[in-house]
Design a protein. Structure first.
Lengths: 260, 693
């Protein structure tokens, strides 16, 4: 799936909604009580789409886990793997690209974590671009959101130190960072990713039960780093030749002139 | 307010099978990493003259405040120190370092470091899960880890620690708040080479992250310790998170952008923007350049679609290239050979130095079946896959020629009666203290003289990357220098705080013996001891002296080091104050070496460096050697290759160095006044008790 293909308008139509129910199985909300839900014309309750999503490309990632540390530091003021709302799991002994997986919150169109929460702590934050997030003050520690997340590992996680559930809020609430976050601002994981393997999009990526995994290896630099520019995990001789030619041309263009 | 430290150091006594803790704050004056490791060693190792394989040897694995904190070049580093079996003729107390993810797991488990004392009565591994520490049975009747290679053992530990669905969160402790992780534990292991007390045995983490120099894998082996595993589900508080994020953005902006690529400079940053050369192991199949924790440089070796030699970088994969390009033209699969080397847990330098030397002895008719040095290994097949398997396994399992060679090339040469002849001719190119020639001591003297004064091949690339690789490769690439020699040494010289003297970078025939070079080698020892080995900024990240991505090519040193250190710790440490801590650690290490018997004569370089200007036998990449020189009142770039050192001039230089450091010029021992001034009074007391001062 290419980057360009992985886009769809953010406003959900009724058809999108029904299609989503069928393919994702994330839990429909029919007659449920959700503060930020809206009624579609035929009185089916829906939830406004998030205005932002984190895209990742596991093949482009260099496995530095900076996104995890940045997530924890900006939200909590402390560095931690387990408090990070994005999880990079690595087994270096598996052949590439199976040596690394990235688990980021998908800001689901139909968020099971929000649905499962009995107190409204896990909610759609309409003040911050409809990001799905947790109001820690309302969390009673039942962990239903953690269990309800359809993905493995669960993107809603338990913070044992602060004793509340939490999930990716696209950095809407990052008290330890001086940047504006949220769907309209910056995201710490994106900002520290030198590879641009973690990026932000305001458009809903096409997704299935298997998840979405876009190709962000779109530039010559990826090829110069010997990253596969195709999704099959290998270079073609043509890719190698093209990458070398592009790198040589760039080097020639950028080479310092005498006396610089 | 947090300060980046976890707060405690774990002490494991393998003899008594007990654990205890030290407060990190009691050692905070040393900063972290190697400095704290040396201070802990000094306190816990009662007799500093014990042998490396004696249970009394104390091995420390240390982090510091920056590890696990998003500080580029530093977050993923660990320092290992103890009495090092690779040292020759004395097993000098020394250090090594490795990168990866172990540091973060250790910190988040609540530990700044681990000190291992004693010796287990049978094979064990240490299983750390946050504050829970268990000494587990590694023997075949227990968890079955002993005898496994470094990859097999790490995979096995993953299974032992992470029961159930490894794609999911793993609970540690069983209660809601006891801690969870989706990650595999950080594991540090010795391979068969360590188990069999090969003096060049490495410690391996994640396949290729390795503490190679020193032979600390064999110290694990001597203690019947196979692995240390740690999973950390907690956190470490940062003093000023906003300042840390700001520093990160600042540093990152001065680096290559993968989607807007600007080439680096010849030699410093190769055809790959990362400068990573782990691609040697990847062999042009699709793969992943890997970074250590929290770093964006991606030079921690490649991972390939064959799953071979993951995270192996630089010299790890150059072992095979010695044979591939150097001697007989064999072209065995580099990834396969590198993978074998790492699995066995052998310091790549040992295979690299021994190979060409033994081939030369084979060609002379000295080595071979039934020869003076008897071996069944077919040296006519040097460089082939079959040879590499036989050769490396012989070293690791101490069979055939490996019975002797497992003692290291220096001791093997001594046993075979060849040390004097072959280290005088240069056939066996040992730089000093039994460690292989690395960068050239005769031309790049801060490396050579620094190694002579230290306990091992110093492996510090500050000058090598900038004033050797770049200055030598630019003309070979046909790329004009970024600036004249005068401007370049002035730019770099301005960072040599507090001296700011560009004459310290004069590598001319007279410059290398000058008082300015005394000052530079002193600066270099102090800088590395603190900023790189105790704050643990990676040697491949700093010094940042020439930066291809900034205006005017000005590097981030000396701002980058204190900026991150202070953001994480909340201190206001200046670069110069860090240098003073480095001087303290340098003197502490020197004192430990003195207690082991170090004197003026021990600060020596092997003889071939005084008798020949020829290339070292096991390297293929050091000609020319273009460096800045100040001659006839002018700076220029000059090829200084072919130079030999002079004994009298070196000895005179040493005298002035000792004087500059505040050491006794006759013995090379730090004076009581020097130690007291540095706050090392108790060290002075121990030296006096040993009649060293």
């Amino acid at each position: 799936m290419s980057d360009n293909e992985a886009k769809e308008p953010k406003q959900l139509s009724r058809r999108d909604f029904v299609t989503g129910l069928g393919s994702l199985g994330l839990g429909a909300v029919l007659g449920g009580v959700l503060g930020s839900a809206v009624l579609l014309p035929d009185r089916v309750l829906a939830i406004p789409a998030s205005e932002g999503y984190i895209l990742v490309d596991t093949k482009k990632c260099i496995g530095c886990d900076s996104c995890m540390l940045a997530c924890s530091i900006t939200h909590h003021g402390s560095a931690s793997f387990s408090q990070s709302r994005i999880q990079i799991s690595q087994n270096v002994f598996e052949p590439y690209p199976g040596d690394l997986t990235i688990a980021q919150c998908r800001q689901c169109p139909y968020p099971a974590c929000v649905e499962a929460c009995p107190t409204g702590a896990n909610h759609v934050d309409t003040a911050n671009g409809n990001v799905r997030t947790v109001d820690a003050s309302k969390c009673i520690g039942c962990e239903r959101c953690v269990s309800a997340c359809p993905f493995t590992p669960s993107r809603a996680l338990w913070n044992g130190a602060e004793k509340h559930a939490q999930k990716c809020d696209l950095c809407a609430n990052t008290p330890f960072w001086d940047k504006k976050g949220g769907p309209g601002g910056k995201q710490a994981c994106v900002e520290v990713c030198k590879m641009h393997a973690v990026t932000f999009t305001s458009e809903i990526p096409i997704q299935s039960d298997a998840g979405y995994d876009v190709n962000l290896r779109t530039k010559d630099g990826s090829a110069a780093l010997l990253l596969p520019t195709g999704d099959d995990g290998f270079f073609s001789p043509g890719q190698v030749a093209a990458a070398k030619a592009a790198a040589a041309a760039a080097a020639a263009a950028a080479a310092p002139k005498a006396g610089h | 307010m947090g300060n980046g430290y976890a707060g405690k150091i774990l002490v494991v006594d393998l003899t008594k099978r007990t654990t205890s803790t030290l407060n990190t704050s009691d050692y905070a004056e040393y900063g972290g990493g190697h400095g704290i490791g040396s201070a802990v060693f000094f306190d816990l190792c009662r007799d500093k003259t014990v042998k490396a394989f004696d249970p009394g040897n104390v091995l420390t694995v240390m982090t510091g405040p920056l590890q696990g904190t998003l500080t580029p070049f530093a977050s993923g580093r660990c320092e290992v120190q103890g009495i090092a079996p690779e040292g020759f003729p004395v097993e000098w107390y020394s250090r090594s370092g490795f990168g990866g993810r172990f540091s973060g797991q250790l910190k988040f488990a609540g530990w700044d470091g681990i000190a291992v004392t004693g010796k287990a009565d049978k094979p064990v591994w240490i299983d750390i899960r946050d504050q829970s520490v268990a000494i587990r049975d590694a023997s075949p009747s227990g968890d079955g880890l002993w005898g496994l290679d470094t990859v097999e053992v790490e995979k096995k530990i993953y299974e032992l620690v992470r029961k159930g669905d490894t794609a999911d969160w793993t609970d540690y402790g069983g209660s809601r708040d006891s801690g969870r992780s989706t990650l595999n534990p950080g594991v540090l292991s010795c391979g068969p080479a360590g188990e069999n007390l090969c003096r060049a045995a490495s410690l391996i983490h994640e396949g290729g992250g390795g503490a190679g120099q020193g032979g600390f894998g064999a110290v694990f082996g001597s203690k019947n310790l196979k692995s240390i595993s740690v999973i950390g589900t907690g956190s470490v508080e940062i003093a000023d998170p906003k300042a840390l994020m700001g520093a990160r953005a600042w540093a990152q902006a001065s680096w290559w952008d993968i989607d807007n690529l600007k080439p680096g400079l010849p030699g410093m940053y190769t055809s790959r923007p990362s400068g990573a050369i782990g691609a040697n192991a990847a062999e042009n199949v699709a793969g992943r350049d890997n970074s250590c924790l929290g770093c964006y440089k991606s030079c921690h070796g490649g991972r390939n679609s064959r799953g071979l030699a993951p995270n192996s970088s630089c010299f790890d994969s150059y072992y095979n290239l010695q044979s591939k390009f150097g001697i007989q033209g064999h072209t065995s699969d580099n990834a396969v050979t590198t993978d074998r080397l790492q699995r066995l847990g052998i310091n790549a330098w040992e295979g690299a130095i021994a190979g060409p030397w033994l081939v030369a002895l084979y060609k002379k008719g000295i080595l071979g079946p039934g020869k003076q040095i008897d071996t069944k290994i077919d040296f006519s097949d040097y460089g082939s896959e079959a040879f590499n398997k036989a050769f490396l396994e012989a070293i690791a399992y101490r069979t055939d020629i490996g019975k002797v060679l497992g003692e290291g090339a220096a001791r093997a040469a001594l046993a075979w009666g060849r040390y004097e002849e072959d280290t005088t001719s240069g056939l066996l190119a040992i730089c000093a203290h039994g460690y292989a020639h690395h960068y050239d001591a005769r031309t790049e003297v801060e490396w050579g003289f620094g190694t002579a004064l230290d306990s091992r091949d110093i492996n510090e690339h500050d000058i090598a990357l900038t004033l050797y690789w770049y200055t030598s490769m630019a003309p070979l690439f046909g790329v004009p220098y970024i600036m004249p020699a005068k401007d370049l040494v002035e730019m770099i010289g301005s960072t040599l705080l507090p001296y700011k003297d560009p004459m310290m970078l004069d590598y001319s025939d007279t410059g290398i013996y000058s008082d300015a070079m005394v000052k530079f080698v002193s600066w270099h020892r102090h800088y590395n001891r603190f900023w790189k080995q105790s704050a643990i900024f990676c040697d491949w990240g700093v010094t940042d002296w020439i930066n291809p991505y900034t205006e005017g090519y000005k590097g981030l040193t000396p701002e980058v080091e204190p900026r991150f250190f202070n953001a994480v710790t909340g201190q206001k440490l200046t670069f110069e104050e860090g240098m003073t801590i480095g001087k303290k650690i340098w003197n502490l290490d020197r004192a430990i070496n003195v207690l082991q018997g170090r004197d003026r004569d021990g600060d020596a370089l092997d003889e071939w460096q005084f008798t020949t200007g020829a290339p070292a036998s096991h390297t293929t990449y050091e000609i020319p050697y273009v460096m800045p020189v100040f001659e006839n009142g002018e700076w220029s770039y000059k090829n200084v290759w072919g130079r030999m050192l002079d004994h009298a001039k070196f000895e005179d230089w040493k005298t002035r160095f000792y004087e500059f450091e505040g050491w006794d010029t006759k013995t090379g021992v730090p004076t009581k006044e020097t130690l007291d001034k540095l706050g090392l009074e108790k060290v002075a007391v121990e030296l006096a008790a040993a009649k060293k001062i």
